[in-house]
Design a protein around this ligand. Structure first.
Ligand code: UDP
Length: 327
């Protein structure tokens, strides 16, 4: 098949591109390189079955043309990362809402399978454990920028499901939970690449808040496996799925673990949320996916445990850090 990946030079997009190519599909990656990068797909460049188009999802002419040539679209292009969202709220809302709207409108002319990427952020401040797809979403007030990300992604979900109901577009909505692995950049605040780089450089490891907030991290390869399974399952159409790994760790413990695994002497420092992000910043204390739905339908189960994920990220970052800077 011809598969179009918007955001195909991003962290998740580039891993998905590799897996699709390995299964014999042809891949076109559309990316404006705002948070994605050429380096992520440099190893794919020059292959006859891979094309990178540097442009934005909101370019109507380009999108119309690429969708004409595609059999499936994975729409990953988005403004991501809490730091970016807090710093550039206009860009976040416009990119996430307008981009998805453009992709869905063009995809619906052809009626091709469209996978819309959402996020565990949409569960917002819900205290439910675990988060189940059909549960209520609990948002904070509009004066706090963090919630703009969750709301923009929730609108994307509504719109995708509306296209399915009203225009019969085959859509699948996936909610990713803290996806991590090699090639994820720490530039937009993501915690694991940030901690690993800090530890390798001997810089302080910056734990925000009191470090007791918990997260569950999913290896990008497991996410890709879930996506490929859903893509091949007709009963996934019109549905929303969590893709994650329920193994939890507190951010304070994560800092310790990274320090131990890297053999670093970095100190661990606590930074209040209002310094790390903005005054009145609200964080989620826990975020655990229910995998019942995706496991029941396509047999998805995460396979890579946190220590293994950390080992792989550390190896990747070590390869990028000059020897002189290694602890
Ligand atoms: N975090 C941290 N130090 C950092 C970056 C992030 O303590 O340098 C915390 C952040 O406040 C959150 C968790 O790590 O509680 C995960 O942050 P990330 O941005 O990776 O993803 P989020 O879960 O916020 O979407």
């Amino acid at each position: 098949m011809n598969v179009l990946l918007t955001g195909g030079a991003g962290f998740v997009g580039s891993h998905l591109a590799e897996a699709l190519l390995a299964r014999g599909h042809r891949v076109t990656a559309l990316d404006d390189l705002s948070t994605g990068s050429m380096t992520n797909v440099a190893h794919l460049a020059g292959r006859p079955d891979f094309t990178l188009v540097v442009d934005t999802v909101t370019n109507e002419t380009v999108m119309a043309d690429l969708i004409d040539r595609a059999d499936v679209v994975f729409h990953l292009a988005a403004a991501v990362g809490v730091k970016l969202i807090v710093e550039a709220p206009v860009r976040t809302i416009e990119t996430n809402v307008h981009g998805t709207e453009t992709v869905l409108r063009h995809a619906s002319r052809k009626g091709i399978l469209t996978v819309i990427f959402s996020t565990s952020e949409v569960y917002g401040k819900s205290t439910a454990v675990p988060f189940v797809e059909g549960a209520d979403l609990v948002m904070g007030p509009t004066v706090k920028h963090r919630w703009a990300y969750a709301c923009s992604k929730a609108i994307d979900e509504f719109l995708a499901l509306a296209y399915h109901r009203e225009r019969k577009l085959p859509v699948i909505v996936v909610r990713l939970f803290n996806t991590v692995g090699p090639r994820q950049t720490g530039r937009y605040g993501m915690v694991i690449p940030t901690f690993v780089r800090q530890a390798l450089a001997g810089d302080p490891i910056t734990v925000f808040g009191d470090g007791r907030q918990q997260r569950s991290f999913t290896y990008v390869g497991d996410v890709v496996d879930g996506l490929l399974r859903l893509m091949a399952e007709p009963r996934a159409v019109g549905e929303v799925f969590n893709i994650g790994n329920p193994e939890e760790i507190s951010i304070g413990d994560l800092a310790q673990r990274v320090r131990t695994l890297t053999g670093s002497a970095s100190e661990i420092v606590l930074i209040p949320y209002d310094q790390a992000y903005e005054a009145g910043f609200e964080d989620m204390p826990r975020r655990v996916p229910s995998l019942e739905k995706i496991h029941g339908l396509v047999g998805y189960r995460p396979t890579v445990r946190l220590d293994e994920i950390l080992e792989r990220v550390i190896a990747h970052e070590r390869a990028a850090v000059p020897v002189a800077h290694r602890p």
